[in-house]
Design a protein around this ligand. Structure first.
Ligand code: FAD
Length: 485
C-alpha cells in the first residue's frame, strides 16, 4: 500500500505520530507540506512565522532524506505544494497511488472544518483519511472530571492530568525503525523559496531563535541546562529563564512527548524547576481542551455574562489602543514589552500578563483587540493559548481569581524588573533614570528628570491614564455586569 503524510503543525520526523502510523501501515510513504493561500494571504509580506515554517520545511526535507538514506533509500524528502489543501491533497494522493492520507490532529475550529472538507474529497476518490493525536499529551475528552465533563479550572485539571500520565503517554514513536518505507520523491520536486510563496525575509535570523527541528533540539538542550532554575527565574523578563520553545511547540518542530518526558524525569528526581515547567506544558494542554470543548471562546467570553461588559469605544479608545500597540502608554514596563513584541515576535510571559491586564483593566479596551494584536505579532501565536491567556488576564475566562484582583503596572514593574534591565533594553531614552524612578517616570522630580536628560512628553510620553482612577472604572465596569460576591 502507498500512503501520504500531510504535515501541518508537526514539522519534524522525530516522534511524529502521523508519520509513524503511515510507516507502520504502508509499504511506500511520502510526506507533503502545503502552503495554504487562505492562511497566507491575510498576513503581511514579511512575517517571521512564515519564514520559520519555510526554514522548518527545509529542515524536515533534510531529515527525511537522511532517515531514508540510513535505510539505503536515495532521493526521499518533503514534497511541498502551494495551493488549497482541498485540491492539493487529493490530487497528490491520487498521483502517488496512495490509499490513505495520514495527518496529526489540529483542533482549531477552522482547521477542523478544512480537514472535514479534505476528508470528504478524499473519500470521493476512495482514499482514507487517518488523524491522530500528536500536538498535546492529552487531547479532547482524554482528561475529564469525575462527572464526565470538561474541566474549566486549571488546578484540578492539572491534578487529573498528572494522575493519568504514565510512560505510555510519554514515550516516543520510533519512526527511525520503520523509515525503510519512505519512498523517493517524484522527479522534479523542488522546495520553494520564501519569494516563491510571495514573502520577504524578516529579522528572524538575527534574533536568537533557531528554527526547524534542529533549532528546536538546540533550544531544548540549552534550556535543560537551566531548567532547575526555572521556578526562580521565569518571572523576570531580563533573565534568560524560560525555554523560548513556543514557536517550536506551535509548529511541532519539537515533540511535546519529548519535552514532557524530560520535565517529568527531572521532576521525579526532585527538580522544582522541572515541576513548574511541566505545569506550564499542562496549561497548554488545558487551553487546547478548553477550545475543543468551548469553541465559542473564539470571539466570545468564556464566562458568558461578560459578553455584556461595556468596553471603551470611540476615538479616545482608538487613540489609547494605538498608544498601547506602539508602546507609548507612558508606563515603561508596558511600553518596553510592546516594543519587545513588535521587534522580536516574542514577549515574556510575565509581560504578556502585565500588558494584557493594562489594556483591559487600565485602558478598558476589549480583550479581543489585544488578542488580535498578539495574534499578528507573536512568533508562537496559538489560538488556544492566546485566547486563554487573554481571557485569563481580562477576567472573562477560566481564571479562579475574581476580576477585582487588578495588576498594578508600577508594582509589577518594581517587582519583576527591579533594576530596570529589561526596560532599559527597549527604552534607551530612559536609561539614565535611577532604578527607583524608572518604573514611574512621572513621579520623578523635575531635577531628576533633567539630570537623566528626559523631558516627559518629548523623549517619553506622560502616562495616558492614571492607574488608580482606571482601577475604579474597571471595578464599576465589571460590577455592572456581575456584582463582586
Ligand atoms: P516557557 O516558559 O519555556 O514554557 C514552555 C511552553 O509551555 C511554552 O512554549 C508554551 O507552549 C507552554 N506555556 C507556558 N505558559 C503557558 C500558558 N500560560 N498557557 C499556555 N501555554 C503555556 N502561549 C503560546 O504558546 N501562544 C500564544 O499565542 C500565547 N499567548 C498568550 C497571551 C497572553 C495574554 C498570555 C498571558 C499568555 C500567552 N501565552 C501564549 C502563554 C505564555 O506566555 C507563552 O507560552 C510563553 O511566554 C512562551 O515562552 P516560552 O516558550 O519561553 O515559555
Amino acid at each position: 500500500d502507498n500512503a501520504l503524510v500531510w504535515l501541518r503543525r508537526d514539522l519534524r520526523t522525530e516522534d511524529n505520530a502521523a508519520l509513524y502510523h503511515a510507516l507502520r501501515a504502508a509499504r511506500r510513504v511520502w510526506c507533503v507540506f502545503v502552503f495554504d493561500p487562505e492562511i497566507l494571504e491575510p498576513l503581511p509580506r514579511a512575517d517571521r512565522r512564515v519564514e520559520f515554517i519555510r526554514d522548518s520545511v527545509v529542515g524536515v526535507d533534510a531529515e527525511l532524506r537522511a532517515l531514508a538514506a540510513s535505510h539505503g533509500i536515495d532521493g526521499a524528502g518533503l514534497i511541498v505544494r502551494h495551493g488549497r489543501p482541498l485540491q492539493e491533497i487529493p490530487r497528490l494522493a491520487a498521483a502517488l497511488g496512495a490509499q490513505a492520507v495520514y495527518a496529526s490532529h489540529d483542533d482549531e475550529p477552522e482547521a477542523l472544518a478544512r480537514d472535514a472538507r479534505v476528508r470528504g474529497a478524499l473519500a470521493d476518490a476512495g482514499i482514507a483519511f487517518h488523524g491522530s493525536k500528536d500536538h498535546v499529551i492529552f487531547e479532547r475528552d482524554e482528561v475529564l472530571t469525575q462527572g464526565g465533563g470538561p474541566f474549566s479550572v486549571f488546578t484540578p485539571y492539572r491534578n487529573a492530568w498528572l494522575k493519568k500520565l504514565d510512560d505510555f503517554y510519554l514515550s516516543s514513536y520510533p519512526v527511525e525503525r520503520h523509515a525503510g518505507a519512505l519512498a523517493p520523491k517524484p522527479a522534479g520536486e523542488t522546495l520553494p523559496t520564501l519569494a516563491d510563496i510571495g514573502f520577504e525575509s524578516t529579522n528572524l535570523h538575527a534574533l536568537k531563535l533557531p528554527s526547524g527541528p534542529a533549532g528546536g533540539r538546540e533550544l531544548l538542550a540549552d534550556f535543560l541546562e537551566r531548567v532547575d532554575h526555572y521556578a526562580d527565574w521565569r518571572d523576570f523578563p531580563a533573565v534568560k529563564g524560560p525555554s523560548y520553545l513556543g514557536p517550536h511547540l506551535r509548529f511541532g518542530t519539537v515533540s511535546i512527548r519529548r519535552l514532557a518526558r524530560e520535565a517529568h524525569q527531572r521532576l521525579t528526581a526532585g527538580s522544582r524547576g522541572a515541576e513548574v515547567w511541566l505545569s506550564e506544558l499542562v496549561w497548554r494542554d488545558f487551553y487546547h481542551q478548553l477550545l475543543h470543548h468551548h469553541p465559542r471562546v473564539v470571539g466570545g467570553c468564556f464566562k458568558p455574562e461578560y459578553d455584556r461588559l461595556h468596553w471603551e469605544h470611540g476615538k479616545h479608545a482608538d487613540e489609547l489602543f494605538a498608544a498601547w500597540c506602539e508602546g507609548r502608554t507612558g508606563y515603561p514596563i508596558v511600553d518596553a514589552a510592546m516594543h519587545q513584541l513588535t521587534r522580536t515576535g516574542y514577549m515574556h510571559n510575565r509581560l504578556r500578563m502585565i500588558s494584557a491586564s493594562f489594556l483591559t483593566k487600565d485602558l478598558g479596551i476589549d480583550w479581543r483587540r489585544g488578542e488580535a494584536w498578539f495574534a499578528r505579532h507573536l512568533n508562537d501565536f496559538d489560538l488556544a493559548s492566546n485566547n486563554g491567556g487573554w481571557q485569563w488576564a481580562a477576567s472573562t475566562g477560566c481564571d479562579a481569581q475574581p476580576y477585582f484582583r487588578i495588576f498594578n503596572p508600577v508594582s509589577q514593574s518594581e517587582r519583576f524588573d527591579p533594576e530596570g534591565r529589561f526596560i532599559r533594553r527597549y527604552l534607551p531614552q530612559l536609561a539614565k533614570l535611577p532604578d527607583t524612578l524608572l518604573h514611574a517616570p512621572w513621579r520623578a522630580r523635575p531635577a531628576d528628570l533633567a539630570a537623566a536628560g528626559v523631558v516627559l512628553g518629548r523623549d517619553y510620553p506622560a502616562p495616558v491614564v492614571a492607574h488608580e482612577e482606571a482601577r475604579e472604572r474597571t471595578l464599576a465596569r465589571f460590577a455592572a455586569v456581575k456584582p463582586a460576591a
